[in-house]
Ligand binder design. Structure first.
Ligand code: DC
Length: 334
């Protein structure tokens, strides 16, 4: 008899997420240990106290692991324990050295793997935020959109009426502001002094101002410190312009997404139009080219591909195709 251990996490307490996570965990245990279904004697799950929507044992049966004994139990609520976590012990009718499987956020339970940080950089409209959000869901880790932090700073500056050219005044203002990010249902929300500005920072005038504010060394260092602090505590997918080169040069995975300016402008145009903004494609294209130039030529941490980043041109790819490419690269290594 051999016992294989494993664990995974879900992004939020939901039946479908539990079914998906359990199926993935058992299939990974099966394939990595080269098992046959009839070798499974028993599967025992434990789940943290914040999961109530479904029995993992039932999810296992539905995933086709029905011919062995299945059991699930809830763990006590331990402060500081990993949240939304499903653990498993698989008893197998064979003697071999087991390969234990820790997926998604549960990778942190493996001291040898510690945290997983994924850096995704690229210009505006390259698809990095959407890809980062989906990847974070997939691996059960957080998504930090660093652009949202620069945008929040820019919004504050615009609201205060301070001249965008005045770095000293801007820095003084930002030192007095409480900038936080939090996650609701797995989605990042950005707060300025406790007020949720997640929508306001997407307004078109904020984009150009964010690009301007992000040129200043003092602002960049201030935000980079916050970003490193977040990544130091939790596994995350971080997207931005300088994550792979400057914020997290030791990230486990680095990707650089690009696309033709016309394609990126079209995406931005559709996105803003869908939100009800009165937008002009040519103006968006013009601003995007100007922003690219500003972001890639600034002195501190410019938009640049890290030498060890995988570059993907998304011009002719659907978002699912980009995701598949990235997931394949990650899965091959974990
Ligand atoms: O990704 P975005 O469009 O939300 O970013 C807004 C601006 O913030 C972008 O033009 C440049 C700046 N930015 C940056 O300089 N470094 C980052 N890591 C993220 C964004």
């Amino acid at each position: 008899m051999t016992v294989i251990r494993g664990a995974t996490t879900i992004p939020f307490d939901d039946q479908e997420e539990i079914k998906k996570a359990v199926k993935e965990l058992l299939e990974q245990i099966e394939s990595r240990n080269d098992l046959k279904r009839d070798e499974f004697v028993s599967i025992v799950f434990s789940l943290t106290n914040d999961i109530h929507s479904y029995y993992p044992a039932k999810a296992a049966r539905e995933a086709g692991f029905e011919s062995c004994a299945l059991f699930s139990a809830q763990e006590p609520d331990i402060e500081g324990g990993l949240a939304l976590c499903i653990r498993v012990m698989v008893f197998v009718e064979a003697n071999f050295t087991p390969i234990h499987v820790y997926l998604r956020g549960a990778r942190v339970l493996r001291k040898d793997l510690a945290r997983m940080n994924i850096a995704i950089d690229g210009p505006s409209g390259s698809g990095k935020s959407t890809v980062a959000e989906e990847l974070a869901k997939e691996f059960g880790i957080i998504h930090l959109d660093t652009g949202a932090m620069y945008r929040a700073c820019a919004l504050k500056v615009l609201e205060s009426g301070i001249d965008l050219e005045n770095e000293t005044k801007i820095y003084d203002l930002l030192l007095k502001v409480k900038l936080d990010v939090d996650y609701l249902g797995g989605v990042q929300h950005t707060y300025l002094d406790g007020v949720d500005v997640s929508e306001a920072i997407r307004r078109p005038p904020v984009s150009m101002a964010a690009s301007k504010v992000s040129q200043y060394r003092s602002i960049r260092y201030h935000l980079t410190e916050k970003q490193r602090e977040i990544a130091g505590k939790k596994s995350c997918v971080m997207d931005g312009r300088d994550v792979g080169t400057f914020v997290l040069p030791d990230a486990n995975f680095k990707f650089f997404l690009t696309a033709k300016p016309e394609v990126r402008a079209r995406r931005r145009f559709e996105e803003l139009k869908a939100k009800g903004y009165d937008v002009d494609y040519d103006k968006i294209l013009e601003e995007l080219i100007k922003r690219d130039e500003q972001d890639s030529t600034r002195a501190v941490a410019p938009l640049k591909k890290a030498d060890d980043a995988v570059e993907i041109d998304t011009s002719d790819l659907k978002i699912e195709e980009v995701l598949e490419k990235i997931k394949k690269i990650i899965r091959e290594k974990i």
